[in-house]
Design a protein around this ligand. Sequence first.
Ligand SMILES: [Fe+2]
Ligand SMILES: [Fe+2]
Length: 298
Amino acid sequence: MPLRFVHCSDIHLLELAGTTPQRFFNKRLTGGVNLLLNRSRKYDGGMFQKIVAAAHAHEAERLVITGDLTNLALESEFEHVKRHLEAVGLPVTVIPGNHDAYTRGSARAQRFEHYMSAFMEGEREPGSDYPFVQRLGDVALVGLSTAIPSLPLYAVGRVGDEQLARLGRFLAKLRAEGLARVVLIHHPVVRGVAKPRHDLLDLDAFGRVIAEHGAELILHGHEHRRLEGALPGPGGVPVPVHGVGSGTYLSQKPGRHGAYSLYTVRPGQVTRTYHRWDGRGFVADEPDAPLLAGTGSH
Ligand SMILES: [Fe+2]
Ligand SMILES: [Fe+2]
């Protein structure tokens, strides 16, 4: 059975209630106040509701969000996001982004995992949170975390050697089962596309896992713009890498529009229609030609 789903990212839902001034004695959060004020002019959380309505209209089976659901990883923000996700009316899958581990305290407390666990249920190796695997018919969603707190002005990420090893084992197993593997990761994984200080620190190591085990599709966010790329899989067969713009960004600059994508994935084939914000609503680009996904294993 194919899986039809909507992918969006970087919704950065704003919730200012609960951001008491004393929280901002934390140096990292002091910078965060400016970020919030700036964001509130450029992003509109109401666009997320439009994406949800569109997902229902498309008869999507699931909504997939690749990180940066919050801005400062405050408890009040996670409560706000959780309420929105519980009201989606469709199954939801999420992974964290760097903003969801904005402070060391939020990362140490595993705040994202605490609030979002209902949207990350799946198979895991014992004792680890990531990757998690959701088997949905002939498709497996493989959720990773690159979320680490970084210094002010940095928005880097890291998968880490242990998580990469687990990823390799899952990809091998799912490939042997003939499932279409959709890898979810917040940061871009193709070299040279991230802004300076925005990189995935172990991008080459991630690329080596994909070169060895392959995947049918890799989805990410983080850059708030449309990115199209590929990584070589086994035998050099390209694995498509799609970056989607922010779901709530009001911009209409080419490539930087608010956006979501509608996918239908089945073993051997991926189809996508990219939708971008035109100032009033989301409009569909021409559907892509179907990508013949896969590494020849099925
Ligand atoms: Fe973001
Ligand atoms: Fe990000």
